[in-house]
Design a protein around this ligand. Structure first.
Ligand code: ADP
Ligand code: MG
Ligand code: ZN
Length: 525
C-alpha cells in the first residue's frame, strides 16, 4: 500500500464523524426514573419502561434536554424549537422494546460548526499546506503561522437512548464468534445519549482526531458527560471515502464502527484511506460497508454491509408529544454556558500576552488551565505580567510531561502548589538558579514535598552571578589552557564549549552560564 502522503497527492480523503455521547452526569435515564450508574450489579436499574413491557409509557427527562441544548449552543448550532421523537425499529436482544427512541429529520440542534486549530506535525497531513503562506485561504481552511485553521460543519445533534449491554460467554475475548451463550444487562438501556453528526468536511485523520479531542473538551467543560472512551461513554464512527483530486462528487464511503480511542480513530482512518486507494488503483470498487479497526492486527475488517434507512421503518413516536421549546427555556440554558476552551484561550492571550500556541495548549486540559490561572492569581498583577510566559512553559512542558508519565498523578493534590510553581519560576527568572537547575528543583518539589527556595538552599544550588567571582574563574581557566586559547583564536571556535565546561567544573556547576559565556567571548575576542 502507498503512504498517506502518496495517496493524498492523487485523491482527496473525505471524512465525516458520528459521535455518540452518554449523558453520564445525569441522575436518571432518558424516559424513566431508573438511576444511571456505571458498573452496578447487572439488571438492578430497570423498570417496565426501559424493559419495554407492554403498556409502559415514557416520560422525557428534562435535564437531558437541557444538556443537549447546552451542547448545541456550545457548538454554534441553531436550536430547533419544534422537534419530535421517532421510533427506529430493529430487533436485537440488547433492545427489549424492539425499537430505539431517537429523533427524525429535525433534531434539537442543527447546523453548527467548530473551528479547528491544526498546528505542527498534525498540519503536515493536509495536502497543499506546504508552501502556502499565512493568511491564505482555500477550501475550508485558512493558513496560519503554525499550520491552519479548519472550519468543520456540524449537521445536527439529536437525542436518543442507549441499548443494553451484551456479554458473550465462551468465545475468545468476549466475542460473539465461538460463544456458547450470551447475557444481557439492561442497566444501560435507556441511558440518555446524544449523537453529533458532522458534515463531510474533514480531510485528514489528524483533523478527525483533533475534532474529537476538541468536542470532548467542550463536553467536559459543559459537564454533560464523563466522556470516557475506554468505558464507552464517548464513542465515534468514522466515515471515509476518496475522490480524485479536482472532482467534486463524493465517493462511496465505508464506516469504521465503535472506535474507542483517539489513536484508533487516527490510525483506523489512515489505514482505510490507504486501503481504499489501493482498491481504486487496481480498478476495483468500494462497497458501502461497516468495517472494524483491529488495532493489534493494524487493519480493518468487514463487519457488515450497510442496512439502508428503509430497513428501520422510522416513524413518529406515538407515546411522546412533539416538543415545543420556549424562548425562556433556551435562554435559561444559555445563561448556564460556562467559559468554553476557545474563549478561555482568547482570554489568556489577551490578559497575559501569551501566544496562540501557548494558550491553546494550556486549555487542552481543564486541570492545567485552572492551575495556570491559579499561578497567575498567586503571582499578582506585576508578577503575572513578568512570569506568564515562563509559567506557561512550566505547565505545558514539565507539568504535562509529569502528568502524562503517571496516569495516577493529579495536580490538585500534588506537592506542586501554584505558590511553589510561581516561586520556582521566579528563582529561574531572577537567575538565582539556572533553567537546568530549575528542572532538578521541579522534580525535587514533587519528590520531597518542599518549597523551591528551601530545596535550593538545602542543596546549595544558588547560581553564582557575581561577575567578579566568575571573572576570576574564567581568567584561571584561560591561563591554564594556553594551547586551546591559541587554537580558538586560530578559528576553532567550537572550543568555547570546552572553556564553559571547565569554568562550570571549577564552580561546581553553580556558575551562571550566560555570564560565563559572555566573559569568555569578551576575553577571547
Ligand atoms: P448514513 O446514512 O450512511 O449513516 P449519513 O448521510 O447519515 O450516512 O452520514 C453519516 C456520516 O458520514 C456523516 O458524518 C457524513 O458527513 C458522512 N458522510 C456522508 N457521505 C460521505 C462520503 N461519501 N464520504 C465520507 N463521509 C461521508
Ligand atoms: Mg449513520
Ligand atoms: Zn427504567
Amino acid at each position: 500500500m502507498q503512504t498517506l502522503e502518496e495517496v493524498l497527492e492523487r485523491y482527496e480523503a473525505v471524512i465525516g464523524l458520528e459521535v455518540h455521547t452518554e449523558l453520564t452526569t445525569l441522575e436518571t435515564k432518558m424516559f424513566c426514573g431508573c438511576k444511571l450508574e456505571f458498573g452496578a450489579e447487572p439488571n438492578t436499574h430497570t423498570c417496565p419502561v426501559c424493559l419495554g413491557l407492554p403498556g409502559a409509557l415514557p416520560v422525557p427527562n428534562k435535564a437531558a434536554i437541557e444538556s443537549i441544548v447546552l451542547a448545541g449552543l456550545a457548538t454554534n448550532c441553531d436550536i430547533e424549537k419544534h422537534s419530535m421523537f421517532y421510533r427506529k425499529n430493529y430487533m436485537y436482544p440488547d433492545m427489549a422494546k424492539n425499537f430505539q427512541t431517537t429523533q427524525g429529520p429535525v433534531a434539537f440542534c442543527m447546523r453548527g460548526h467548530l473551528d479547528l486549530e491544526v498546528g505542527g506535525a498534525a498540519a503536515k497531513e493536509r495536502y497543499g499546506i506546504a508552501g502556502a503562506s499565512a493568511g491564505e485561504a482555500f477550501e475550508n481552511i485558512t493558513v496560519t503561522e503554525d499550520g491552519y485553521k479548519a472550519h468543520i460543519g456540524i449537521t445536527r445533534i439529536h437525542m436518543e437512548e442507549d441499548a443494553g449491554k451484551m456479554v458473550h460467554i465462551g468465545g475468545e475475548e468476549g466475542r460473539i464468534a465461538g460463544a456458547t451463550h450470551s447475557l444481557v444487562d439492561y442497566n444501560r438501556a435507556g441511558t440518555p445519549l446524544i449523537e453529533l453528526v458532522t458534515e463531510p468536511d474533514l480531510r485528514t485523520p489528524e483533523e478527525a482526531r483533533l475534532f474529537m479531542q476538541k468536542l470532548r473538551q467542550i463536553y467536559l467543560t459543559l459537564g454533560i458527560s464523563d466522556c470516557s472512551m475506554e468505558e464507552g461513554s464517548l464513542r465515534c464512527d468514522g466515515n471515509v471515502s476518496l475522490r480524485r483530486r479536482g472532482t467534486t462528487q463524493l465517493g462511496t464511503k465505508t464506516e469504521l464502527k465503535n472506535i474507542n480511542s483517539f489513536k484508533s480513530l487516527h490510525d483506523g482512518l489512515l489505514y482505510e484511506i490507504r486501503r481504499q486507494a489501493q482498491v481504486l488503483d487496481e480498478g476495483g470498487v468500494i462497497y458501502q460497508e461497516t468495517r472494524h479497526w483491529d488495532p493489534s492486527a493494524k487493519r480493518t475488517i468487514v463487519m457488515r454491509v450497510k442496512e439502508t434507512a428503509d430497513d428501520y421503518r422510522l416513524f413518529p413516536e406515538p407515546d411522546l408529544a412533539p416538543y415545543d421549546l420556549s424562548d425562556e427555556f433556551i435562554e435559561h440554558v444559555r445563561a448556564k454556558l460556562p467559559e468554553l476552551p476557545d474563549q478561555k484561550a482568547a482570554r489568556f492571550q489577551e490578559a497575559f500576552g501569551l501566544s496562540a500556541y501557548d494558550a491553546q495548549h494550556l486549555v487542552e486540559h481543564r486541570a492545567t488551565a485552572a492551575f495556570f490561572e491559579a499561578c497567575m492569581a498567586e503571582a499578582g498583577a506585576d508578577g503575572a505580567a513578568k512570569l506568564a510566559k515562563p509559567v506557561a512553559n512550566l505547565v505545558i512542558n514539565d507539568v504535562t510531561a509529569w502528568l502524562n508519565a503517571d496516569p495516577e498523578a493529579s495536580l490538585e493534590d500534588s506537592p506542586l502548589t501554584p505558590a511553589r510553581a510561581v516561586e520556582l519560576v521566579g528563582l529561574v527568572d531572577a537567575t538565582t538558579i539556572s533553567s537546568k537547575q530549575g528542572k532538578e528543583v521541579f522534580a525535587a518539589v514533587l519528590d520531597e514535598d518542599a518549597d523551591p527556595k528551601a530545596i535550593v538552599e538545602a542543596r546549595g544550588m544558588e547560581q553564582v552571578s557575581d561577575t567578579g567571582a566568575i571573572e576570576a574563574v574564567v581568567d584561571a581557566v584561560l591561563a591554564e589552557n594556553p594551547d586551546k586559547v591559541e587554537q580558538y583564536k586560530g578559528g576553532k571556535t567550537g572550543l568555547i564549549g570546552f572553556f564553559v565546561g571547565q569554568c562550570m567544573k571549577q564552580m561546581a556547576g553553580k556558575g551562571n552560564p550566560q555570564l560565563i559565556n559572555q566573559l569568555l567571548e569578551q576575553k577571547l575576542a
